[in-house]
Design a protein around this ligand. Structure first.
Ligand code: G6Q
Length: 546
C-alpha cells in the first residue's frame, strides 16, 4: 500500500479535537479577536502574490496545533512524498496521480514504473505550442484556405469543466479565436452552437481521455455529420483534432494519428486541464500564457511539498475544512469569488472536490464511520450577496465561506474596483461581527422609529455573527496566479482525502452513470425490453407515447 491507512477517528489528535471542540464551540469570533491583538497576523499566510487570512475562523492556537497533529498522525507528510514521487496512490485503478508532473519544469525527473515521464510531457507541450502558434497566426488553415476563427471543444466532465472555467477566467488575455464548449448530450446544446458556426473556419477539438464517453462521441459524431454536410468528408482531417489516450478509438472515429494529442493514465480527468486537455485554453490565450498557468500551479505545488504545515496554505485550508465538516458538522461550504471572470470556478471545484472526496469506503475497504466530502457551492460576489447571502448571515446552517478577491482590476476601473472590494471586506466583517440587539435598537432609534416598532422589528434584525470565513486576497488575476489558485484547491483535496483515509482519485460513481443509461436506451430504441419498477415503467411509457 502506497498510502497510509489510518482511521482518523482512532488518533489521539481526533480525540483531543473532540474535547477541544466542546470548549470552543460557543466562543464568538469577536472574543477571539479581542483576546489577541496579533490574531490577524498569527492566522494568515503571505506567499508570492497571495495573502491568505484565515483569522476569521472559529479556531485558536490549540485548534491549529491539534489539527496539524491530526495531519501528522495520519502521516500526511509521507503521503505527499508518495503522491509527488509517482507511487500508485490511485490504488483502485492501479495508477499514479501525477497531474503535478504536467506542470513540472522540463529539467525535473519524475518516474512512473521506473520511467521518467517528463520528456514525454515536454514533447506533448511542444506539439501543443506548435499547433497553437500555427492556428493563432493563421498559418494553419481550413479546407478552403481560410484561417480558423472558431474553436469548438467537445468533451464532458474533466474534459470540459477545467478548460471552460479557465478560458472564461482568462478571457481578458484571449486572442481573436472564439472558443465554444459543447458537453451535454442534450442535442439542443450542440445544435445551438452549430447553427452559428462556419464550417470553413471552425476547428473541432474532441477531448476524451477514454474516447468512449457517450456524450462526447455523440456530440463529435453530430458535429462531424454537420461538417461533412456543409464541407466534405475529405476535409475532416483539417478540421478535427483529438485529445485522448485511446489512439485506436480516435483513429476509428476518423481522426488521423498526427492530429491526436496524447495524455496518460496517470492524469485523472478532473485534474487534466494542465495536459493537452487544455488545448482549447492554449488556443484561446496562446501557449505562453498557458505555460504561465502551469508555472503558477507548479509554484503552488512546490509550496505545498516543501513548506512546514504551520505555513502551508493547502494544508491549513484542508484542515479547516475537516474542522468544520467533522467537528462542527457543517453540511456545506461556499466559495465566493469577487471576480466575474471566475464565475465558473465554483462549478469547476464542485467536480474536483465532490468527485474526489465523495467516498464512503476507506482505504482499508471498510465503510467510514465519519463524514467525508464537502458540498461546495457558490457564485461570484457581489451578485451572490443579492441572492443567497441571506441564508449565510441569518439562516440556521453553519456555512464556512471562502472569499477570493484581487487587489487590482484588469481594466483598471478603480471606481468599480473599490466598490467591489468594499463589499468583499464588508461581508466577511459582517459575517463575523453580526449585529447585536443594542446595535439594532440604536440603529432603529436613530431613524425615529417608534418604541413599539423597535420592539417588533428587533428580533428580525439581529445577526448572530460568528460565521467563519477565509479570505484569499491575490494581487491580480493572471494566468500564473490562476494556476496557483487552482493548484491550491487540488492540493487541499489531497490533504482532506488523506485525513479521511479515502481514495480521492477514482470515481466509480461516475463510471456507474456511464453504464446506467445504456440499458434504457436500448429499450427506447426497441432492441431490448426490461422489467422496471412501476414508476420507471410509467415514465418510460409516457415518454414513448408520441
Ligand atoms: C473526471 C471524471 C469524468 C471524466 C468524464 C470524461 O475525473 O473521470 O468527469 O473526465 O467522464 O471522460 P473522458 O475524458 O474519458 O471522455
Amino acid at each position: 500500500m502506497a498510502l497510509p491507512t489510518i482511521n482518523p477517528t482512532t488518533t489521539k489528535a481526533w480525540e483531543a479535537l473532540q474535547k477541544h471542540y466542546e470548549s470552543i464551540k460557543k466562543t464568538h469570533l469577536k472574543d477571539l479577536f479581542n483576546e489577541s491583538a496579533s490574531r490577524a497576523n498569527d492566522f494568515s499566510i503571505a506567499w508570492e502574490d497571495f495573502y491568505v487570512d484565515y483569522s476569521k475562523n472559529r479556531i485558536d492556537q490549540t485548534t491549529k496545533k491539534l489539527l496539524l497533529d491530526l495531519a501528522r498522525e495520519v502521516k500526511l507528510d509521507e503521503a505527499i512524498q508518495h503522491y509527488f514521487g509517482g507511487s500508485t496512490i490511485n490504488e483502485t485503478e492501479g495508477r499514479a496521480v501525477l497531474h503535478t508532473a504536467l506542470r513540472a519544469p522540463s529539467t525535473h525527473e519524475i518516474n512512473v514504473d521506473c520511467k521518467n515521464v517528463v520528456p514525454e510531457v515536454t514533447a506533448v507541450k511542444k506539439k501543443i505550442k506548435n499547433f497553437c502558434d500555427q492556428v493563432i497566426s493563421g498559418a494553419l488553415k481550413g479546407h478552403t484556405g481560410k484561417p480558423f476563427t472558431d474553436i469548438v471543444n467537445i468533451g464532458i466532465g474533466g474534459s470540459d469543466l477545467g478548460p471552460a472555467m479557465i478560458t472564461e477566467a482568462l478571457a481578458f488575455y484571449k486572442n481573436h479565436l472564439k472558443v465554444h464548449f459543447i458537453s451535454n448530450v442534450d442535442g439542443d446544446h450542440v445544435h445551438q452552437h452549430l447553427k452559428d458556426l462556419d464550417p470553413e473556419t471552425t476547428l473541432f477539438v474532441v477531448v476524451s481521455k477514454t474516447f468512449s464517453t457517450q456524450e462526447t462521441l455523440s456530440n463529435a459524431t453530430t458535429a462531424r455529420k454537420w461538417f461533412i454536410e456543409h464541407a466534405s468528408k475529405d476535409a475532416v482531417g483539417k478540421h478535427f483534432v483529438a485529445v485522448s489516450s485511446n489512439i485506436p478509438n480516435v483513429t476509428n472515429f476518423g481522426i488521423e494519428e498526427q492530429n491526436i494529442f496524447p495524455l496518460w493514465d496517470w492524469v485523472g480527468g478532473r485534474f487534466s486541464l494542465w495536459s493537452a486537455v487544455g488545448l482549447s485554453i492554449s488556443l484561446s490565450i496562446g501557449y505562453e500564457n498557458f505555460a504561465s498557468l502551469l508555472e503558477g500551479a507548479h509554484n503552488m505545488d512546490e509550496h505545498f511539498k516543501t513548506t512546514p504545515f504551520e505555513e502551508n496554505i493547502p494544508v491549513i485550508l484542508g484542515m479547516l475544512s475537516i474542522w468544520y465538516n467533522n467537528f462542527f458538522n457543517a453540511e456545506s461550504e461556499a466559495i465566493i469569488p469577487y471576480s466575474q471572470y471566475l464565475h465558473r470556478l465554483p462549478a469547476y471545484l464542485q467536480q474536483g472536490i465532490m468527485e474526489s472526496n465523495g467516498k464512503s469506503v476507506d482505504r482499508n475497504g471498510k465503510e467510514v464511520t465519519y463524514q467525508t466530502g464537502t458540498i461546495i457551492w457558490g457564485e461570484p460576489g457581489t451578485n451572490a450577496q443579492h441572492a443567497f447571502f441571506q441564508l449565510i448571515h441569518q439562516g440556521t446552517k453553519l456555512i464556512p465561506a471562502e472569499f477570493i478577491g484581487f487587489k487590482y482590476a484588469l481594466f483598471e476601473d478603480q471606481d468599480h474596483q473599490d466598490k467591489l472590494m468594499a463589499n468583499f471586506f464588508a461581508q466577511t466583517e459582517a459575517l463575523m461581527n453580526g449585529k447585536t440587539e443594542s446595535e439594532v435598537i440604536e440603529e432603529l432609534s436613530s431613524k425615529n422609529t417608534s418604541d413599539e416598532k423597535i420592539k417588533q422589528l428587533t428580533p428580525f434584525k439581529i445577526f448572530e455573527g460568528n460565521k467563519p470565513t477565509t479570505t484569499v486576497l491575490i494581487d491580480k488575476l493572471t494566468p500564473k496566479s490562476l494556476g496557483a489558485l487552482v493548484s491550491m484547491y487540488e492540493q487541499r483535496i489531497f490533504v482532506q482525502g488523506i485525513v479521511w483515509n479515502i481514495f480521492s482519485y477514482d470515481q466509480w460513481g461516475v463510471e456507474l452513470g456511464k453504464q446506467l443509461a445504456t440499458k434504457i436506451l436500448s429499450e427506447i430504441n426497441k432492441t431490448e425490453s426490461y422489467q422496471h419498477d412501476s414508476s420507471t415503467q410509467n415514465l418510460l411509457k409516457r415518454y414513448l407515447k408520441k
